[in-house]
Write a protein that binds this ligand. Structure first.
Ligand code: DC
Length: 227
């Protein structure tokens, strides 16, 4: 099986770029942020005190998360309920960032992620895919862009979905989340040593997708992986 790990900060365009690249390569695209967001929405609904280990355990024991793929589109289910859209709010993003810093949560989601890569050719996007989840991925890409460019992209996404937000708030959120995600003790956001860094600040979407597809093809060729 081929695994392509794509890591990088919030709003680098990972999901859009990875999704399209997966389509072009014929791999399934796994958005692991959705898993953390789903734990986040469950914690919001249960009003879980994340610092309380007993409450955290109760939360994790009470949730079952499944990823399903419909025409190549990932859907995420929380105890049978399709929450794919509901997890896309800024509130869930913040909560996802909070739960993702907890060791028990990361362990809870580990098997789901590895299981998918064991059975399918995947492009998996997240924060620690190349470093922790799939350290043996044949291709590792660290996708990034400046905070301002990332905030603008996120802002446009929210507007398109009809979510009312201010650009300044989106930028502030991105800066806080970058800090949370890169300074946390477990699985901090950082490029794997053997990753290719791709900065998409000055790329159009089309250019960024082509960049990723080319990195995948070139890396597999260099490593002589038979596809
Ligand atoms: O990519 P996203 O915005 O959907 O991610 C939501 C949060 O989940 C983000 O703050 C970081 C966290 N995350 C993580 O820690 N590890 C991953 N593999 C994916 C996401």
């Amino acid at each position: 099986m081929i695994s392509v790990a794509i890591d990088g900060p919030a709003g680098a365009g990972k999901s859009t770029i990875a999704h399209k690249a997966a389509e072009m390569l014929g791999y399934i695209y796994v958005d692991t942020g959705a898993l953390y967001r789903t734990v986040g929405i469950a914690a919001i609904r249960k009003n879980t005190d994340l610092k309380n280990k007993a409450e955290l355990k109760e939360l994790l024991d009470s949730i079952n998360i499944e990823l399903k793929f419909e025409n190549g589109v990932q859907k995420v289910f929380l105890n049978g309920e399709d929450v794919s859209e509901k997890i896309r709010t800024p509130e869930c993003g913040m909560m996802a960032s909070a739960v993702s810093a907890i060791k028990e949560v990361r362990e809870f989601l580990l098997d789901t992620q590895r299981g998918l890569a064991a059975k399918n050719n995947v492009i998996m996007d997240g924060r620690d895919i190349g470093t922790v989840i799939l350290p043996n991925a044949q291709v590792k890409i660290f996708l990034t862009a400046s905070p301002e460019v990332r905030a603008k992209r996120r802002y446009d996404e929210f507007l398109q979905k009809g979510v009312q937000v201010k650009y300044e708030d989106v930028l502030a959120d991105i800066i806080v989340r970058d800090k949370n995600d890169s300074e946390r003790e477990i699985a901090p956001l950082k490029p794997a040593e053997d990753s290719v860094i791709a900065d998409t600040s000055n790329d159009t979407l089309r250019q960024a997708i082509d960049k990723v597809v080319n990195i995948v093809k070139e890396t597999l060729k260099t490593k002589r992986v038979i596809v």
